[in-house]
Design a binder for this molecule. Sequence first.
Ligand SMILES: *Cc1c(COP(=O)(O)O)cnc(C)c1O
Length: 464
Amino acid sequence: MDKKYSAEPYRIKMVEPIKETSRQEREMLLKNAGYNPFSLKSEDVYIDLLTDSGTGAMSQEQWGAMMVGDEAYAGSRSFFKLESVVRNITGYQYFMPVHQGRGAEQVLLPQLVTKKGMYYISNIHFDTTRAHVELAGARALDCVIEACFDIDLDHPFKGNFDLDQLERIINSKGKENIAGIIMTITNNSAGGQPVSMENLRAVKQIANKYQIPTIIDGARYAENAFFIKQREKGYEDKTIIDIAREECSYADIFLMSAKKDGLVNMGGIIAIKDNEELFNKCKVTVIPYEGFPTYGGMNGRDMEALSVGLMEGLDERYLRHRTDQVRYLGDKLKAAGVPIQYPIGGHAVFVECKRFAPHIPSYQFPALSVTNAIYLEAGIRAVEIGSLLLGRDPDTHENKVSEMELMRLTIPRRVYTYKHMDVVADAVIHVYQHRHELKGYEFVYESPILRHFTSTFKPIGGLK
Ligand SMILES: *Cc1c(COP(=O)(O)O)cnc(C)c1O
């Protein structure tokens, strides 16, 4: 490994053994799971790349901080500590904790939906965000740049808003019908692709012109800040926290799933710049859903761990290693000809399975086929993000066809080593070299909602 990829900026003092299984065992385990990796026990997985959400490792400082957690129902000392950290990073006045990102969405998003027929606009809504937009009685419109869908196109900020389209949408729907603009940084669904500062600034200018509130969906705001430092002119010498503050300056509200860049296993954040009235409304709503506004579903000890984790998540050496490790895996795959979303994003490598297995039609789920094949090959669990996830059209009941059939290899934070990435790369490359053997899948049981989680399948014509 050359200096292109930085070594771990930590040493390991507690380890969790992981089991290895034989191919024969995996064939049985996957069959028993109905060929749905979500139904595998994590114990039967060697390298688990299902998600980077809540799967990271905490530091000794975080574990130590948990000892001083104040578990008071109201006015916990741990709350005030976390509040000061969130204020320091965002520059915002108001803060409340929630149990995770979707809790923040559930509390906040309905507050801006003041009448029927309103819209939220995002570069791309994350799936729980979209669900909460719709539950709030609004509709979710995406307006990411076209470059995002061209996996080979080398563009530094594929998560950017299409600014012309944004203004066109506002004008065609009417500015009074736009509940808010949600800036998803990094843009998870597009492959963890960053949004540039220039783009955030321009979105804010448009929002100001039409008096529309802006919201950062900041699950990976620190990874986004690191990419800005690396790729955007004028930011080379800025500190990550200063870049993060500038990101926050272009929004009125900051929502965060702390399970990502917060470096904790559970937690979420609502922060509001200066709108006291909105904050008071959220305080009323948070109580029945999440808990009293000074704990919002979080333990005192977890707020302590998050206070430390947020700052560690902004550490440049940590972020360099984090993104290098993901890029290391992606570079290996790309060098072997495996089609991936490029440049490689912040938290995952996205493999394009339409091109990987062109002989499998979308309704036989090519990305599920590749995902299952790498489990069989090496006990690696990835996740399908394609037509299976997309589901059926509610009116026609036809399978919808996803623009991209992706397999996401999501890297947990501070958990695996470069050597693990080698194992993953070898397995994916092996499957790629034998791709003509891949089989499509059909349903044995199709779950009526969120079908990717619980449906069962069988390989068409058997596995070999
Ligand atoms: C994970 C995530 C969420 C939802 O957060 P949870 O903690 O999983 O509820 C929202 N938006 C983005 C961009 C995410 O990555």
